[in-house]
Design a protein around this ligand. Structure first.
Ligand code: NAD
Ligand code: TYD
Length: 337
């Protein structure tokens, strides 16, 4: 049996990963450590909370004794670290927590994994560590790290610590760097669920700058299968880019959403740009495709249709998520744009 410590498993990608592992790999134990910040939500895991191979622990990845105890108690052989502060806009208004969680928390996990001699440490990173592209080219695993936002600077720093632990103490690690994910259970602070939610409620859709910023969209389930492939097959110390080959300007994505939910383009509102906004991300995922045989299962058109249908079918999930604190967040973040 594979015995995994998954951190951040109540967040967007982490909960999709936990669901995939428990549904498709019955010989796997998942110990899910999540602090349940604003982004963590047990409603993402409703059907899995009582699953016999799932142990949920509310706690902080910065808590060294807790992490060490979980590794011992459950005889963990691999750690998959999703836990993070993940939103660029929040990192601009308050960067400190990004250092505490993304750097300090990763360091705590690394120390425990080294001391307890876990067999593999998988760090879930982002293409944003590479910085921004012009109109040409793609990020490869050899692209130098050149992060621009406090979020990406904290993720790049964590990547360096992971590699330093491999180099200094022989910690067996892998790093995955993926492009923008979309799909079920994404918190509506990120582009796609925010636009779906606003469109459904006839609220304005706030487009930063000229709306021609490009992101390379990856359906979340395909990200999960990539991480699984890394856990199963990757040689120690390898870094893998993960991407869906779906580069789209933001406006194109927003128009598609409006079309799909039958709302008019007059809802689009151009607002003040994000400071330091990265112009374009594009991933060359050739290495993971060639070496591990991974490939995405859906096109963007299929993935976005499934995603919108999921939000339509899960109106209650969405209404719970946007009650309370979300309203304050939205007012503050979008007030002066
Ligand atoms: P998310 O914000 O939806 O979820 C983060 C989860 O981590 C939440 O459940 C939260 O409660 C938990 N968490 C936060 N601080 C914690 C702490 N100190 N201790 C324990 N748990 C804590 O994020 P996501 O979008 O699911 O992203 C998951 C990972 O993937 C992150 O590391 C992120 O950098 C990376 N990533 C995300 C994307 C994307 O498009 N969403 C793209 C590339 C990489
Ligand atoms: P986001 O989902 O925040 O992901 P990231 O910044 O990590 O790529 O944003 C995706 C793109 O959408 C990015 O170019 C910023 C833009 N955007 C808007 O135009 N309006 C919004 O309200 C949000 C949240 C993002």
């Amino acid at each position: 049996m594979k015995r995994l410590l998954v951190t951040g498993g109540a967040g967007f990608i982490g909960s999709n990963f936990v669901q995939m592992v428990l549904s498709e790999h019955p010989d796997c134990l998942v110990v899910n450590l999540d602090k349940l910040t604003y982004a963590g939500n047990l409603e993402n895991l409703t059907e899995f909370m009582r699953h016999e191979n799932h142990v949920f622990v509310q706690g902080d990845i910065c808590d060294g004794p807790l992490v060490a105890r979980l590794l011992d108690e459950h005889r963990i052989d691999a750690v998959v670290n999703f836990a993070a502060e993940s939103h660029v806009d929040r990192s601009i208004t308050g960067p400190k927590i990004f250092i505490d969680t993304n750097v300090g928390g990763t360091l705590t996990l690394l120390e425990a994994a080294r001391d307890k001699k876990v067999e593999r440490f998988v760090q879930v990173s982002t293409d944003e560590v590479y910085g921004s592209l012009g109109s040409e080219g793609m990020f490869t695993e050899r692209t130098p790290l050149s992060p621009n936002s406090p979020y990406s600077a904290s993720k790049a720093s964590a990547d360096h610590f992971v590699q330093a632990f491999g180099h200094t103490w022989g910690l067996p690690y892998n790093i995955t760097r993926c492009s923008n994910n979309y799909g079920p259970y994404q918190f509506p602070e990120k582009l796609i669920p925010l636009m779906i939610h606003n469109a459904l409620h006839d609220k304005e859709l706030p487009v930063y700058g000229d709306g021609l910023y490009v992101r390379d969209w990856l359906y979340v389930y395909d990200h999960c299968t990539a991480i699984w492939a890394v856990l199963q097959k990757a040689p120690v110390g390898e870094v893998y880019n993960v991407g869906g080959c779906n580069e789209k300007p933001n406006l194109e994505v927003i128009r598609l959403i409006l079309q799909h939910v039958g709302k008019p383009e007059t809802l689009i509102r151009y607002v003040k740009d994000r400071p330091g906004h990265d112009r374009r991300y594009a991933i060359d995922a050739g290495k993971i495709m060639r070496d591990l045989g991974w490939k995405p299962s859906v096109t963007f058109e299929e993935g976005i249709a499934k995603t919108i249908d999921w939000y339509l079918a899960n109106a209650q999930w969405l209404s719970h998520v946007v009650s309370g604190d979300y309203q304050n967040y939205y007012r503050t973040m979008y007030a002066n744009r």
